[in-house]
Design a protein around this ligand. Structure first.
Ligand code: MF3
Ligand code: CO
Length: 255
């Protein structure tokens, strides 16, 4: 069931979104060679709690940490730990927080020091995929218009679009209807976008094959099947009568 948010729900979603965005900014400021992924987790956890919010990923279906940190060929759901970032790595940080009963969810892929030109392009195009999706976020358009925008941009750049994981509605629950795939799928309904819908739009784009593995021994980390890098860019977006509103940009952050 799709839930439509009234003004009071939107106010709480904005607050949750701001906390998520500021957490991502903090992580971006702390990404550097030698920093452990555990350190990033702990910074995020402390900041989210300092704002009166709760990290929503912790204990979600048994997930053991407060944020997801996925390095290089890790697509999503990397578990923070002892691993230290190295110059040339890319690190996808995915953050969720609940504030006054409402969720925010967003992700960024950061570069560790100097990264190859190829990989820089992957990160840039992944964000562009989100921007193309945002252009479709007008009342009366359909979820498949978002999906098509992401898929056509990524594939025209020669990249693989992850199909095994999708974006989602978000609100009182982290995952609500509708599903927001990053590719056009034949099956299932294709709802129209309506004011009051809040969607987590999250292209996951691979340098090489679209195929991913769920065979990591930790039970969580999703990796590309060819071990080439993957990037992730996610925002929580509110559909309105007019222009869409991104709820998870930090102050001064540019699209
Ligand atoms: N941000 C992820 C999503 O959009 C959720 C992370 S899964 C968790 O689905 F287990 F870490 F919570
Ligand atoms: Co999400």
């Amino acid at each position: 069931m799709i839930t439509y948010k009234d003004a009071s729900a939107v106010a709480k979603m904005r607050a949750a979104g701001r906390i998520v965005a500021n957490t991502l900014r903090l992580l971006g400021e702390n990404v550097a060679p030698g920093v452990s992924t555990q350190r990033l987790n702990d910074l995020a956890d402390a900041y989210i709690r300092s704002q009166g919010a709760t990290p929503s990923f912790l204990h979600y279906r048994g997930y053991p940490m407060s944020v997801c940190i996925s390095v290089n060929e890790e697509v999503v759901h990397g578990i923070p730990g002892k691993r230290k970032l190295c110059e040339g790595d890319i690190v996808s940080c995915d953050v969720g927080a609940i504030f006054e009963g409402y969720h925010g969810d967003a992700a960024r892929t950061f570069m560790v020091g100097k990264v190859s030109a190829n990989t820089q392009r992957l990160i840039r195009v992944t964000k562009e995929c989100f921007c193309k999706a945002l252009e479709q976020c007008q009342r009366g358009r359909r979820v498949s218009d978002i999906s098509r925008a992401v898929q056509s941009h990524a594939e025209s750049c020669g990249y693989g679009v992850v199909r095994a994981l999708v974006g989602h509605g978000i609100g009182r629950a982290m995952h609500e209807d509708p599903e927001v795939p990053n590719f056009v799928q034949r099956r299932g309904g294709d709802p129209r976008l309506q004011p009051g819908m809040t969607l987590a739009i999250e292209p996951m784009i691979n340098m090489g094959t679209a195929e991913v593995d769920f065979k990591h021994p930790d039970g969580w980390t999703v990796t590309t099947s060819d071990k080439l890098p993957s990037a992730h860019y996610e925002n929580t977006v509110l559909i309105t009568e007019g222009e869409p509103v991104i709820l998870t940009l930090w102050e001064g952050e540019e699209l």
